[in-house]
Design a protein around this ligand. Structure first.
Ligand SMILES: *Cc1c(COP(=O)(O)O)cnc(C)c1O
Length: 365
């Protein structure tokens, strides 16, 4: 007999992250590479967080606070919640893992869109639960009616990513309200709001309001990875009813959030200036890219985020590969059931110009 991984792993398609810059340099011999593939913050790190992280380095000989008390309190105060309504994780990703461990049994069902963040799939499979996938609605939007129709008595988690990755589109408050009427009390809505700070639509739902109302079957996830420029330090946070979070505290590893990340979060949550700068610059870049994409005759989804889903056609993978030779990394979307599309993160002005120039050469060449 040989070693055998548990059978939940049989159905896992590994998550393929954006290609790292170093890998492209090595493989293609290109010196100057820009990465517009992982929706990172192109304007750098929150300056306030940077100062706090440098100071925190001095004491990394000491274990971090396993309860992450100070950073949770800072987040709770900032948003007007109680401490026990806030969880933090080693990225929002870690909270999704903890949620899966805490709430999924063999044969349970998790509903998500076919064209959404694929991290949910991995943890669902690992728990020997079953992913139930729904297609997109017209306009590259999540189809909440289809998701509601997919609910069965085995449904334990429904994942709604708002705005959605990789489409950049939002679900509206009215759509979410209608959906919640159909969500049973024993199924948890995971409202992933990783990009919510970038949204300015009046139709965007107040996810935190659902938790404030005392609803027990909603958890709102957010992250420091995007608007605060802290993707590399790994810090995500979530809001839910204390009873809903209690099982997460049971399963979480003792020191998931390191002390440098905890210090970063306390400082970053007050760094409105950097957040606003990021959001403003991102909007400008988005308008410029929209114009260029239209001039190239390319269709795209209406984005409320720092990335744009662009329709390339059957040659999408080929275009993505050829962009690499120009030192431009973008994200293919086959794994999101959108094989004819590329997801392009909005960069700095210079990066956007390089992308456009490379895209023009590739499409014309
Ligand atoms: C980037 C992103 C996150 C954040 O992940 P972290 O683990 O906090 O870096 C969560 N959900 C979605 C949809 C994302 O795109």
């Amino acid at each position: 007999m040989s070693l055998r991984p548990q059978r939940g792993l049989d159905s896992i398609q590994p998550y393929v992250p954006g290609k790292p810059i170093g890998e492209v340099k090595r493989e293609l011999g290109v010196d100057d590479v820009i990465k517009l593939a992982s929706n990172e913050n192109p304007f750098g790190v929150s300056p306030k967080a940077l100062v706090a992280m440098r100071a925190a380095l001095e004491t990394v000989n000491i274990y971090p606070d396993g309860a992450s008390y100070d950073v949770r309190l800072a987040i709770a105060k900032h948003f007007g919640f109680d401490l026990d309504q806030v969880a933090v994780g080693n990225g929002a990703d870690d909270l999704i893992l903890e949620l899966s461990m805490a709430y999924l049994d063999d044969g349970d069902e998790v509903i998500a869109s076919r064209s959404s963040f694929p991290i949910y799939d991995i943890y669902t499979s690992a728990m020997r639960a079953k992913m139930v996938k729904t297609p997109l609605a017209p306009g590259y939007r999540l189809d909440l009616e289809a998701m509601a129709r997919a609910i069965t008595n085995r449904t334990r988690i429904v994942c709604i990513c708002n705005p959605n990755n990789p489409t950049g589109t939002i679900v509206t408050a009215a759509e979410l309200t209608r959906f919640l009427r159909k969500l049973p009390d024993n199924a948890l809505l995971v409202l992933d709001e990783a990009y919510c700070e970038m949204v300015d639509s009046p139709e965007f739902p107040d996810g935190l309001g659902l938790v404030r109302e005392g609803r027990k079957n909603v958890i709102v996830l957010r992250t420091f990875s995007k608007v605060f420029g802290l993707a590399g330090i790994r810090l995500g946070y979530g809001f839910a009813h204390r009873d809903t979070l209690a099982p997460l505290f049971k399963v979480k590893p003792a020191f998931t959030v390191n002390s440098v990340a905890q210090a970063a979060g306390i400082a970053a949550i007050e760094d409105e200036e950097f957040m606003r700068f990021t959001v403003t610059e991102n909007r400008k870049g988005r308008e410029v890219l929209y114009g260029e994409l239209r001039r190239l005759g390319l269709e795209y989804a209406d984005s409320h985020t720092n990335f744009i889903l662009v329709k390339i056609g059957p040659q999408a993978i080929d275009v993505q590969r050829r962009l690499l030779t120009y030192g431009v990394i973008v994200r293919p979307c086959g794994g999101y059931d959108l094989p004819e599309f590329l997801r392009i993160s909005i960069g700095t002005r210079e990066e956007n110009e390089r992308l456009v120039a490379a895209l023009k050469s590739v499409l014309r060449g």
